[in-house]
Design a protein around this ligand. Sequence first.
Ligand code: DGL
Length: 264
Amino acid sequence: MNNNPVGVFDSGVGGVTVVKAIQEELPREHLIYFGDTARFPYGPRPLDEVKKYVFEICEYLIGQDVKLIVIACNTGTAAGLKDAQKNFNVPILGVIEPGARGAVLATKNRKIGVIGTKGTIESHAYDEAIHALDAGVEVKSGACPRFVDFAEGRGGQDGDILEVAQEYLYPLLDAGIDTLILGCTHYPILRDVIQQTVGSSVTLISSADETALEVKETLVRRGLLNDGKNHPHDKFIVTGDRTSFLTLSQSFLGRDISKVEEAV
Ligand code: DGL
């Protein structure tokens, strides 16, 4: 048993979808969420720069005595997971490998689609993770940068999102995919419109849900679960504006957050 918190971080509010999934899977755990909102978005940045941020935030969270870190950002995972695992002693999980595993288990025709930020897609991290599990799977990927804006309510009129979704997703459907990985932590917010666009025959894989399962398995196997004697308390820390984070994260989480702190 270990009652220290689990650290979760993302470039902004998107990783809150992973917090929600972890809370559902592991309701006794204390969580610390770090949103690097001042440097959002990571998606268009060079991966080396994002890796530097990943290292800084891991150091910060380790300073808060976390027992496990989740890089709840696909771009951050693509840029920095492997090197962070080599550099730090706490267990560090990303969101790409769990999503890839979920998709390989779900596909029947072995044609998997992946959508994510430009950084994630151009890193080919999903292709590698999928092929490490099944080298015969065909992967068709596409960057969907405008989805992040829509998830944050900055995308425009409701009508537009359907058009944008069709533009992004139809080429993947043309490739015959039967499974689609939502390879960005913002995308679970758009699950309904994505499902409507690809149709019910395509299985959507949320890396948030798959990652929560992996967090659980890791804590169980390492004997690190919280003993549940204290009510779980979560802490939200951001590098940018607290008010906008609060509004958005509450809508992502579907419940109220009492307090958001600024990183010092
Ligand atoms: N949350 C990030 C991810 O999962 C996307 C947003 C960003 O560009 O920072 O890749």
